[in-house]
Ligand binder design. Sequence first.
Ligand code: HEC
Ligand code: HEC
Length: 357
Amino acid sequence: MRRRFTPSEGLGPLYNSSSCAACHEQPVTGGGAPNYRNFFLVALGTEGSQVPLVVINLPSQVLPAFYGPGFGAGRIVVPPVGPPGVAITMAQRAGPPLFGTGLFELVTNATIIALSDPDDADADGISGRFNRAPGLLVGRLGFKSQANNIESFIRGAARNQMGITTNPVAGSGAAVSLASCRLLQVPTGGPNDPITDEDSIADPEISVPDFADIIAFCRFLAPPRRLALTESSARGQTFFEQVGCTKCHLMNLTTSLGTIQPFTDLLLHNMGPGLADGISQGSPQPSLDGDTTTGDEWRTAPLWGAALNAPYMHDGRAGTLLEAIDTHGGEATGVLAAFNALSAAQQADVIAFLETL
Ligand code: HEC
Ligand code: HEC
Protein backbone atom coordinates (compact mmCIF):
# COMPACT_ATOMS: atom_id res chain seq x y z
CA MET A 1 0.00 0.00 0.00
CA ARG A 2 2.87 2.37 0.79
CA ARG A 3 4.93 1.49 -2.27
CA ARG A 4 5.54 4.61 -4.33
CA PHE A 5 5.60 3.95 -8.02
CA THR A 6 7.82 5.95 -10.35
CA PRO A 7 7.27 6.60 -14.06
CA SER A 8 10.00 4.08 -14.91
CA GLU A 9 7.96 1.44 -13.05
CA GLY A 10 4.79 2.34 -14.94
CA LEU A 11 3.31 5.20 -12.90
CA GLY A 12 0.98 7.18 -15.13
CA PRO A 13 1.17 8.57 -17.75
CA LEU A 14 -1.54 10.43 -15.81
CA TYR A 15 -2.12 9.79 -12.14
CA ASN A 16 -3.75 11.10 -9.01
CA SER A 17 -1.06 9.82 -6.69
CA SER A 18 1.94 7.52 -6.69
CA SER A 19 0.79 5.11 -3.95
CA CYS A 20 -2.40 3.60 -2.59
CA ALA A 21 -1.47 4.83 0.87
CA ALA A 22 -1.52 8.45 -0.31
CA CYS A 23 -5.31 8.29 -0.16
CA HIS A 24 -5.54 5.65 2.56
CA GLU A 25 -3.18 7.03 5.19
CA GLN A 26 -5.08 8.53 8.14
CA PRO A 27 -4.51 7.83 11.00
CA VAL A 28 -2.45 4.86 9.73
CA THR A 29 -2.03 3.05 6.42
CA GLY A 30 -5.41 1.66 5.42
CA GLY A 31 -7.26 4.73 6.69
CA GLY A 32 -8.78 7.69 4.84
CA ALA A 33 -7.31 10.95 3.56
CA PRO A 34 -7.66 14.71 3.92
CA ASN A 35 -9.67 16.52 1.26
CA TYR A 36 -6.68 17.65 -0.76
CA ARG A 37 -6.42 14.03 -1.93
CA ASN A 38 -9.97 14.02 -3.31
CA PHE A 39 -10.24 12.78 -6.84
CA PHE A 40 -12.79 13.68 -9.49
CA LEU A 41 -15.32 11.57 -11.35
CA VAL A 42 -16.87 12.63 -14.62
CA ALA A 43 -19.90 11.54 -16.61
CA LEU A 44 -21.25 12.82 -19.86
CA GLY A 45 -24.52 14.68 -19.74
CA THR A 46 -26.46 16.06 -16.85
CA GLU A 47 -27.75 14.51 -13.61
CA GLY A 48 -27.94 10.73 -13.62
CA SER A 49 -26.00 10.41 -16.83
CA GLN A 50 -23.75 7.47 -17.00
CA VAL A 51 -21.05 5.57 -18.77
CA PRO A 52 -20.49 4.47 -21.56
CA LEU A 53 -18.08 7.27 -21.18
CA VAL A 54 -17.31 9.09 -24.36
CA VAL A 55 -15.02 11.57 -22.68
CA ILE A 56 -12.36 10.95 -25.22
CA ASN A 57 -9.19 11.65 -23.30
CA LEU A 58 -9.90 9.46 -20.28
CA PRO A 59 -9.52 5.73 -19.67
CA SER A 60 -12.44 5.61 -17.25
CA GLN A 61 -14.89 7.64 -15.22
CA VAL A 62 -12.04 8.71 -12.93
CA LEU A 63 -10.40 11.96 -13.88
CA PRO A 64 -6.64 11.65 -13.63
CA ALA A 65 -5.14 14.75 -12.08
CA PHE A 66 -1.67 15.24 -10.80
CA TYR A 67 0.87 17.28 -8.98
CA GLY A 68 4.15 17.47 -10.78
CA PRO A 69 7.32 19.41 -11.31
CA GLY A 70 6.64 22.65 -13.11
CA PHE A 71 3.01 22.76 -12.09
CA GLY A 72 3.48 24.75 -8.89
CA ALA A 73 1.61 23.87 -5.75
CA GLY A 74 -1.78 23.77 -7.44
CA ARG A 75 -3.52 20.73 -8.75
CA ILE A 76 -3.49 20.20 -12.47
CA VAL A 77 -6.74 18.71 -13.64
CA VAL A 78 -6.83 17.20 -17.09
CA PRO A 79 -9.98 18.74 -18.53
CA PRO A 80 -12.39 16.09 -19.77
CA VAL A 81 -13.24 16.50 -23.44
CA GLY A 82 -16.66 15.38 -24.62
CA PRO A 83 -18.73 15.93 -27.75
CA PRO A 84 -19.55 19.60 -28.33
CA GLY A 85 -22.66 20.86 -26.62
CA VAL A 86 -22.98 17.94 -24.19
CA ALA A 87 -22.76 18.83 -20.51
CA ILE A 88 -20.21 17.09 -18.32
CA THR A 89 -21.06 16.26 -14.72
CA MET A 90 -18.14 16.29 -12.29
CA ALA A 91 -18.07 15.12 -8.70
CA GLN A 92 -15.51 14.60 -5.94
CA ARG A 93 -14.66 11.57 -3.85
CA ALA A 94 -12.72 11.55 -0.57
CA GLY A 95 -10.65 8.50 0.36
CA PRO A 96 -12.52 6.33 2.90
CA PRO A 97 -10.88 4.17 5.57
CA LEU A 98 -10.66 0.47 4.69
CA PHE A 99 -10.77 -1.07 8.17
CA GLY A 100 -13.15 -4.00 8.14
CA THR A 101 -14.11 -3.47 4.49
CA GLY A 102 -13.02 -7.01 3.57
CA LEU A 103 -15.78 -8.39 5.79
CA PHE A 104 -18.35 -6.98 3.36
CA GLU A 105 -17.20 -9.69 0.96
CA LEU A 106 -18.55 -12.20 3.48
CA VAL A 107 -22.10 -10.81 3.47
CA THR A 108 -24.24 -12.95 1.18
CA ASN A 109 -26.36 -11.55 -1.61
CA ALA A 110 -29.38 -13.03 0.14
CA THR A 111 -28.68 -10.97 3.26
CA ILE A 112 -28.33 -7.74 1.28
CA ILE A 113 -31.39 -8.46 -0.87
CA ALA A 114 -33.49 -9.29 2.19
CA LEU A 115 -32.65 -5.90 3.74
CA SER A 116 -33.76 -3.94 0.69
CA ASP A 117 -37.18 -2.28 0.49
CA PRO A 118 -37.09 -0.59 -2.92
CA ASP A 119 -40.71 0.54 -2.95
CA ASP A 120 -40.90 1.33 0.75
CA ALA A 121 -43.39 -1.45 1.46
CA ASP A 122 -43.26 -0.71 5.19
CA ALA A 123 -44.04 2.98 4.49
CA ASP A 124 -41.41 4.36 6.87
CA GLY A 125 -40.07 6.77 4.23
CA ILE A 126 -36.88 4.73 3.87
CA SER A 127 -36.45 2.58 0.79
CA GLY A 128 -33.01 1.09 0.48
CA ARG A 129 -32.17 -0.82 -2.66
CA PHE A 130 -29.16 -2.90 -3.57
CA ASN A 131 -26.79 -2.01 -6.38
CA ARG A 132 -25.25 -4.33 -8.91
CA ALA A 133 -21.71 -4.33 -10.21
CA PRO A 134 -21.15 -5.17 -13.89
CA GLY A 135 -22.02 -8.82 -14.48
CA LEU A 136 -25.05 -8.36 -12.21
CA LEU A 137 -23.10 -9.13 -9.04
CA VAL A 138 -24.63 -7.62 -5.92
CA GLY A 139 -22.50 -4.63 -4.97
CA ARG A 140 -21.18 -3.81 -1.51
CA LEU A 141 -18.03 -1.72 -1.99
CA GLY A 142 -17.65 1.92 -2.95
CA PHE A 143 -19.74 4.95 -2.08
CA LYS A 144 -22.56 3.73 -4.30
CA SER A 145 -22.09 0.00 -3.53
CA GLN A 146 -21.02 -0.22 -7.14
CA ALA A 147 -18.44 -2.99 -6.73
CA ASN A 148 -18.69 -6.58 -5.61
CA ASN A 149 -15.21 -7.58 -4.50
CA ILE A 150 -11.86 -6.14 -3.47
CA GLU A 151 -9.87 -7.51 -6.39
CA SER A 152 -12.05 -5.97 -9.07
CA PHE A 153 -12.32 -2.70 -7.15
CA ILE A 154 -8.61 -2.20 -6.64
CA ARG A 155 -7.57 -3.31 -10.11
CA GLY A 156 -9.66 -0.33 -11.14
CA ALA A 157 -8.05 1.87 -8.47
CA ALA A 158 -4.52 0.93 -9.51
CA ARG A 159 -5.27 1.72 -13.15
CA ASN A 160 -7.39 4.80 -12.62
CA GLN A 161 -5.51 6.47 -9.77
CA MET A 162 -1.92 5.54 -10.57
CA GLY A 163 -1.83 4.24 -14.13
CA ILE A 164 -0.57 0.90 -12.80
CA THR A 165 -1.66 -2.09 -14.86
CA THR A 166 -2.40 -5.50 -13.37
CA ASN A 167 -3.08 -9.06 -14.37
CA PRO A 168 -5.87 -10.98 -12.64
CA VAL A 169 -5.03 -12.71 -9.37
CA ALA A 170 -8.21 -14.74 -8.78
CA GLY A 171 -9.99 -13.11 -11.74
CA SER A 172 -13.66 -14.04 -11.90
CA GLY A 173 -12.97 -16.34 -8.95
CA ALA A 174 -12.70 -13.21 -6.77
CA ALA A 175 -16.40 -12.46 -7.23
CA VAL A 176 -18.36 -12.95 -4.06
CA SER A 177 -21.73 -14.70 -4.11
CA LEU A 178 -21.74 -15.25 -7.91
CA ALA A 179 -19.49 -16.54 -10.62
CA SER A 180 -18.63 -13.68 -12.99
CA CYS A 181 -17.84 -9.99 -12.92
CA ARG A 182 -16.22 -7.20 -14.86
CA LEU A 183 -13.82 -4.59 -13.67
CA LEU A 184 -15.14 -1.48 -12.07
CA GLN A 185 -14.62 1.64 -14.10
CA VAL A 186 -12.36 0.07 -16.64
CA PRO A 187 -14.66 0.27 -19.59
CA THR A 188 -13.48 -2.78 -21.47
CA GLY A 189 -12.31 -6.15 -20.35
CA GLY A 190 -13.44 -8.79 -17.95
CA PRO A 191 -12.03 -9.96 -14.63
CA ASN A 192 -9.78 -12.51 -16.32
CA ASP A 193 -8.25 -10.04 -18.76
CA PRO A 194 -4.98 -8.22 -18.25
CA ILE A 195 -5.23 -4.43 -17.99
CA THR A 196 -2.95 -2.43 -20.24
CA ASP A 197 -2.10 1.23 -20.65
CA GLU A 198 -0.46 3.49 -23.15
CA ASP A 199 2.94 4.13 -21.54
CA SER A 200 6.09 2.39 -22.71
CA ILE A 201 6.51 0.21 -19.61
CA ALA A 202 5.71 -3.47 -20.08
CA ASP A 203 2.38 -4.61 -18.61
CA PRO A 204 1.56 -5.71 -15.98
CA GLU A 205 3.39 -2.99 -14.07
CA ILE A 206 3.07 -4.83 -10.77
CA SER A 207 3.65 -8.56 -10.43
CA VAL A 208 0.75 -10.87 -9.62
CA PRO A 209 2.27 -11.89 -6.24
CA ASP A 210 2.81 -8.24 -5.24
CA PHE A 211 -0.71 -7.31 -6.25
CA ALA A 212 -2.04 -10.35 -4.38
CA ASP A 213 -0.36 -8.92 -1.27
CA ILE A 214 -2.21 -5.61 -1.70
CA ILE A 215 -5.49 -7.49 -2.08
CA ALA A 216 -4.73 -9.50 1.05
CA PHE A 217 -3.86 -6.33 2.99
CA CYS A 218 -7.19 -4.70 2.09
CA ARG A 219 -9.16 -7.89 2.66
CA PHE A 220 -7.78 -8.63 6.11
CA LEU A 221 -7.63 -5.16 7.67
CA ALA A 222 -9.52 -5.64 10.92
CA PRO A 223 -12.45 -3.41 11.81
CA PRO A 224 -11.80 -0.85 14.56
CA ARG A 225 -12.33 -2.15 18.08
CA ARG A 226 -15.31 -0.69 19.90
CA LEU A 227 -14.76 1.21 23.12
CA ALA A 228 -16.65 0.48 26.34
CA LEU A 229 -19.81 2.55 26.75
CA THR A 230 -19.84 5.37 29.28
CA GLU A 231 -23.03 6.74 30.83
CA SER A 232 -23.21 9.42 28.16
CA SER A 233 -22.52 7.13 25.21
CA ALA A 234 -24.95 4.50 26.53
CA ARG A 235 -27.67 7.16 26.58
CA GLY A 236 -26.49 8.18 23.12
CA GLN A 237 -27.03 4.64 21.83
CA THR A 238 -30.64 4.76 23.02
CA PHE A 239 -31.24 8.08 21.24
CA PHE A 240 -29.45 6.79 18.10
CA GLU A 241 -31.92 3.92 17.96
CA GLN A 242 -34.95 5.99 19.00
CA VAL A 243 -34.60 8.68 16.34
CA GLY A 244 -34.15 6.01 13.64
CA CYS A 245 -30.47 6.19 12.67
CA THR A 246 -30.47 2.37 12.77
CA LYS A 247 -32.98 2.21 9.92
CA CYS A 248 -29.97 2.66 7.62
CA HIS A 249 -26.97 2.41 9.95
CA LEU A 250 -27.91 -1.15 10.93
CA MET A 251 -26.19 -2.20 14.09
CA ASN A 252 -25.70 -5.88 13.15
CA LEU A 253 -24.94 -7.49 9.81
CA THR A 254 -24.62 -11.23 9.29
CA THR A 255 -21.53 -12.62 7.57
CA SER A 256 -20.28 -16.13 7.02
CA LEU A 257 -17.89 -15.49 9.95
CA GLY A 258 -20.63 -14.35 12.31
CA THR A 259 -22.20 -11.02 13.15
CA ILE A 260 -20.31 -7.78 12.53
CA GLN A 261 -21.23 -4.27 13.64
CA PRO A 262 -20.37 -1.93 10.77
CA PHE A 263 -23.51 0.22 11.17
CA THR A 264 -24.48 -0.01 7.52
CA ASP A 265 -27.02 -1.96 5.46
CA LEU A 266 -24.79 -1.69 2.33
CA LEU A 267 -27.88 -0.38 0.51
CA LEU A 268 -28.40 2.73 -1.58
CA HIS A 269 -30.52 5.50 -0.13
CA ASN A 270 -31.74 8.71 -1.70
CA MET A 271 -30.08 11.35 0.47
CA GLY A 272 -31.63 14.39 -1.17
CA PRO A 273 -30.41 17.13 -3.50
CA GLY A 274 -27.87 18.53 -1.03
CA LEU A 275 -25.68 15.43 -1.29
CA ALA A 276 -26.55 14.53 -4.89
CA ASP A 277 -23.64 14.44 -7.31
CA GLY A 278 -25.36 13.61 -10.60
CA ILE A 279 -23.26 10.50 -11.14
CA SER A 280 -24.85 7.11 -11.49
CA GLN A 281 -22.85 3.92 -10.98
CA GLY A 282 -23.89 0.29 -11.24
CA SER A 283 -27.39 -0.90 -12.08
CA PRO A 284 -29.57 -1.01 -9.01
CA GLN A 285 -32.57 -3.15 -8.39
CA PRO A 286 -35.58 -1.64 -10.20
CA SER A 287 -37.84 0.41 -7.97
CA LEU A 288 -40.06 3.47 -7.97
CA ASP A 289 -36.79 5.39 -8.51
CA GLY A 290 -36.16 3.49 -11.75
CA ASP A 291 -33.32 1.12 -12.51
CA THR A 292 -30.52 3.66 -12.78
CA THR A 293 -28.68 4.99 -9.76
CA THR A 294 -29.89 8.50 -9.26
CA GLY A 295 -27.37 11.17 -8.47
CA ASP A 296 -28.98 11.34 -5.03
CA GLU A 297 -28.20 7.78 -3.98
CA TRP A 298 -25.43 6.66 -1.64
CA ARG A 299 -24.42 3.55 0.22
CA THR A 300 -25.07 3.99 3.94
CA ALA A 301 -21.61 4.90 5.23
CA PRO A 302 -20.27 2.38 7.75
CA LEU A 303 -19.84 4.08 11.12
CA TRP A 304 -17.26 1.79 12.70
CA GLY A 305 -14.18 3.83 13.54
CA ALA A 306 -16.24 7.00 13.09
CA ALA A 307 -14.20 8.98 15.63
CA LEU A 308 -11.14 8.75 13.39
CA ASN A 309 -12.77 8.89 9.93
CA ALA A 310 -12.99 12.68 9.34
CA PRO A 311 -13.47 14.26 6.88
CA TYR A 312 -16.94 12.73 6.47
CA MET A 313 -19.37 12.04 3.59
CA HIS A 314 -18.43 10.96 0.06
CA ASP A 315 -16.63 14.21 -0.76
CA GLY A 316 -15.30 14.98 2.70
CA ARG A 317 -17.52 18.05 3.05
CA ALA A 318 -18.17 17.53 6.77
CA GLY A 319 -15.37 18.11 9.25
CA THR A 320 -17.18 16.82 12.36
CA LEU A 321 -19.71 14.11 13.16
CA LEU A 322 -22.36 16.74 13.93
CA GLU A 323 -21.81 18.41 10.55
CA ALA A 324 -22.01 14.99 8.89
CA ILE A 325 -25.40 14.31 10.48
CA ASP A 326 -26.61 17.75 9.45
CA THR A 327 -26.01 16.98 5.73
CA HIS A 328 -28.57 14.13 5.78
CA GLY A 329 -31.65 14.74 3.61
CA GLY A 330 -33.91 12.72 1.31
CA GLU A 331 -34.97 9.48 2.98
CA ALA A 332 -33.25 10.60 6.19
CA THR A 333 -35.26 13.84 6.50
CA GLY A 334 -37.61 12.55 9.19
CA VAL A 335 -34.79 10.98 11.16
CA LEU A 336 -32.77 14.20 11.00
CA ALA A 337 -35.80 16.14 12.26
CA ALA A 338 -36.06 13.72 15.20
CA PHE A 339 -32.35 14.16 15.89
CA ASN A 340 -32.69 17.93 15.75
CA ALA A 341 -35.56 17.73 18.23
CA LEU A 342 -33.17 16.27 20.83
CA SER A 343 -31.63 18.66 23.33
CA ALA A 344 -28.02 19.73 22.79
CA ALA A 345 -26.99 17.45 25.68
CA GLN A 346 -28.81 14.49 24.11
CA GLN A 347 -27.17 15.18 20.74
CA ALA A 348 -23.80 15.25 22.51
CA ASP A 349 -24.65 11.80 23.91
CA VAL A 350 -25.25 10.53 20.36
CA ILE A 351 -21.90 11.91 19.26
CA ALA A 352 -20.27 10.28 22.31
CA PHE A 353 -21.83 6.99 21.21
CA LEU A 354 -20.53 7.38 17.63
CA GLU A 355 -17.07 7.99 19.08
CA THR A 356 -17.10 4.55 20.70
CA LEU A 357 -17.73 2.65 17.47
C1 HEC B 1 -6.48 9.42 -5.32
C2 HEC B 1 -6.92 8.78 -4.11
C3 HEC B 1 -6.97 7.26 -4.05
C4 HEC B 1 -5.97 6.37 -4.39
C5 HEC B 1 -4.60 6.66 -4.96
C6 HEC B 1 -6.49 5.07 -4.05
N1 HEC B 1 -7.74 5.17 -3.50
FE1 HEC B 1 -8.85 3.65 -2.75
N2 HEC B 1 -10.42 4.89 -2.58
C7 HEC B 1 -10.39 6.24 -2.81
C8 HEC B 1 -11.75 6.75 -2.81
C9 HEC B 1 -12.16 8.20 -2.96
C10 HEC B 1 -12.60 5.63 -2.61
C11 HEC B 1 -14.13 5.61 -2.66
C12 HEC B 1 -14.45 5.58 -4.15
C13 HEC B 1 -15.87 5.41 -4.54
O1 HEC B 1 -16.54 4.51 -4.04
O2 HEC B 1 -16.35 6.14 -5.39
C14 HEC B 1 -11.73 4.48 -2.46
C15 HEC B 1 -12.18 3.20 -2.18
C16 HEC B 1 -11.36 2.10 -1.95
C17 HEC B 1 -11.81 0.79 -1.51
C18 HEC B 1 -13.26 0.41 -1.19
C19 HEC B 1 -13.66 0.93 0.16
C20 HEC B 1 -15.10 0.71 0.53
O3 HEC B 1 -15.49 1.13 1.63
O4 HEC B 1 -15.87 0.16 -0.23
C21 HEC B 1 -10.70 0.01 -1.44
C22 HEC B 1 -10.64 -1.45 -1.00
C23 HEC B 1 -9.57 0.82 -1.86
N3 HEC B 1 -10.00 2.10 -2.15
C24 HEC B 1 -8.25 0.39 -1.93
C25 HEC B 1 -7.26 1.08 -2.66
C26 HEC B 1 -6.01 0.50 -3.12
C27 HEC B 1 -5.55 -0.91 -2.82
C28 HEC B 1 -5.35 1.46 -3.81
C29 HEC B 1 -4.06 1.34 -4.61
C30 HEC B 1 -4.10 0.36 -5.68
C31 HEC B 1 -6.16 2.67 -3.75
N4 HEC B 1 -7.33 2.38 -3.05
C32 HEC B 1 -5.80 3.89 -4.28
C33 HEC B 1 -9.27 7.00 -3.02
C34 HEC B 1 -8.07 6.49 -3.50
C1 HEC C 1 -31.87 7.06 5.05
C2 HEC C 1 -30.67 6.42 5.54
C3 HEC C 1 -29.90 7.08 6.66
C4 HEC C 1 -30.34 7.47 7.91
C5 HEC C 1 -31.74 7.36 8.47
C6 HEC C 1 -29.20 8.02 8.60
N1 HEC C 1 -28.09 7.95 7.79
FE1 HEC C 1 -26.21 8.56 8.26
N2 HEC C 1 -25.61 8.21 6.36
C7 HEC C 1 -26.39 7.66 5.35
C8 HEC C 1 -25.66 7.68 4.12
C9 HEC C 1 -26.17 7.16 2.78
C10 HEC C 1 -24.42 8.27 4.39
C11 HEC C 1 -23.29 8.56 3.38
C12 HEC C 1 -23.69 9.68 2.44
C13 HEC C 1 -22.53 10.30 1.68
O1 HEC C 1 -21.41 9.77 1.71
O2 HEC C 1 -22.73 11.34 1.04
C14 HEC C 1 -24.41 8.56 5.81
C15 HEC C 1 -23.32 9.12 6.51
C16 HEC C 1 -23.30 9.31 7.88
C17 HEC C 1 -22.14 9.77 8.61
C18 HEC C 1 -20.77 10.08 8.01
C19 HEC C 1 -19.91 8.83 8.00
C20 HEC C 1 -18.66 8.97 7.18
O3 HEC C 1 -17.67 8.25 7.49
O4 HEC C 1 -18.62 9.75 6.22
C21 HEC C 1 -22.50 9.85 9.93
C22 HEC C 1 -21.63 10.28 11.10
C23 HEC C 1 -23.89 9.47 10.00
N3 HEC C 1 -24.34 9.14 8.75
C24 HEC C 1 -24.62 9.44 11.17
C25 HEC C 1 -26.00 9.28 11.21
C26 HEC C 1 -26.81 9.48 12.40
C27 HEC C 1 -26.29 9.84 13.77
C28 HEC C 1 -28.11 9.26 12.03
C29 HEC C 1 -29.34 9.44 12.86
C30 HEC C 1 -29.55 10.80 13.35
C31 HEC C 1 -28.11 8.88 10.61
N4 HEC C 1 -26.81 8.92 10.16
C32 HEC C 1 -29.22 8.54 9.89
C33 HEC C 1 -27.66 7.18 5.49
C34 HEC C 1 -28.48 7.40 6.59
